[in-house]
Design a protein around this ligand. Structure first.
Ligand code: GDP
Length: 148
């Protein structure tokens, strides 16, 4: 059964360009609930660890430098079929290939500075969420008191 959580980061380019609010609005409008969220700046070693799977790629050093260049907004999102639906909402890695209406189409600057990260599998969603948040910092629907 598909997990109902995914992990996202609003990347330094979108933070610097003032798009945090607009991106969070798109996330909410698409039916995702924010269950954990923090603005933080990655150290070089944190960025290397987060993107460790790409360490042999030619763009690795540039990516690490970019991701540690300014703050990010990290968040865990909840929705049915979260991983797949969020990948659809963010669009293709290269914004030139991203469909109209996607977050990357609207806010990406380049293939590297592509506005947002989104987990590509349930396993990675759990790993990446755990990279940033303790379980005590995650507020699922059951854990939020709804005010009248
Ligand atoms: P994603 O899952 O769509 O984020 O794409 P990948 O996992 O393939 O790549 C991780 C991140 O590395 C992307 O989101 C980009 O920020 C960056 N990236 C991917 N491909 C390239 C590339 O060809 N050149 C550069 N400079 N950055 C890239």
């Amino acid at each position: 059964m598909a997990n109902n959580k995914t992990f996202t980061m609003i990347k330094p380019c979108a933070v610097k360009n003032g798009h945090i609010g607009a991106i969070l609005a798109k996330i909410n409008e698409a039916g995702f609930r924010i269950v954990a969220m923090r603005m933080t700046r990655l150290s070089v070693s944190q960025a290397e660890a987060f993107y460790g799977v790409h360490k042999e790629r030619p763009f690795f050093n540039d990516l690490v430098e970019f991701m540690s260049s300014a703050p990010v907004v990290a968040a865990i999102l909840e929705k049915d079929n979260a991983v797949e639906d969020y990948r659809k909402l963010i669009g293709a890695t290269n914004p030139e290939n991203a469909e109209e209406g996607t977050i990357r189409k609207a806010f990406a600057v380049s293939i590297q500075e592509n506005a947002v990260h989104g987990s590509d599998s349930d396993d990675n969603a759990a790993l990446e969420g755990g990279f940033f948040f303790a379980s005590s910092e995650s507020y699922t629907a059951d854990g939020i008191e709804v005010l009248d």
